[in-house]
Design a protein around this ligand. Structure first.
Ligand SMILES: Cc1cc2nc3c(=O)[nH]c(=O)nc-3n(C[C@H](O)[C@H](O)[C@H](O)COP(=O)(O)O)c2cc1C
Length: 155
């Protein structure tokens, strides 16, 4: 609930809040979901079945103004919005000593049919939630150096 509250408080373009977080914590349902979502070409992510919770973020319709503004600007504000809200979720989980993994590669159709999500809706991202295996956690995250990703006053 703390993770969901952190997500709920996230900012969004025109305060659209274009998201619904569907938390799958029923063990049997979660296992069924993982089998369907991560089979075939998606099986690289079948490790998710070890996580006790899968969070499905349904991208909901943004407010008209955010959509029109996004079309005008050639951007999709709703994707930025769900990115921010989901990262709020992830950071709160981290604060609580939990582990997460963003999952963008999954069988969307299967997820929708198992969770009664209308096929017309979009699911852009899932979050696997659980506890890290501390023994397997590396300290190196392979990030680009500071001078490559940031500059001051000029590109
Ligand atoms: C939008 C997005 C989608 C991702 N999809 C997957 C995924 O499908 N499977 C997976 O194992 N990791 C996925 N990740 C996790 C990234 O691979 C991971 O964050 C990155 O490799 C850096 O690793 P680190 O966070 O452990 O430092 C995704 C991350 C993001 C932000």
């Amino acid at each position: 609930m703390m993770c969901l509250e952190a997500a709920r408080l996230a900012p969004s373009a025109c305060n659209s809040q274009p998201w619904k977080f569907v938390v799958v914590d029923d063990r049997q349902l979660k296992n069924r979901l993982c089998r369907a979502a991560f089979s075939g070409i998606y099986s690289v992510n079948s490790f998710c079945k070890m996580a006790p919770v899968i969070v499905v973020i349904v991208s909901e319709k943004p407010k008209f103004l955010a959509k029109i503004g996004g079309m005008f600007r050639g951007t999709k504000y709703y994707l930025i919005d769900i990115g921010i809200a989901s990262e709020h979720f992830v950071l709160q989980a981290e604060e609580l000593g939990l582990g997460t993994c963003w999952i963008g590669w999954f069988n969307e159709r299967a997820v929708k049919s198992i969770l009664n999500i209308p096929q017309g809706k979009k699911i852009d991202i899932l979050i696997a939630l659980g506890y890290y295996d501390r023994e397997k956690l590396g300290s190196e995250h392979g990030r680009e150096p500071m001078d490559k990703i940031a500059s001051f006053n000029s590109y």
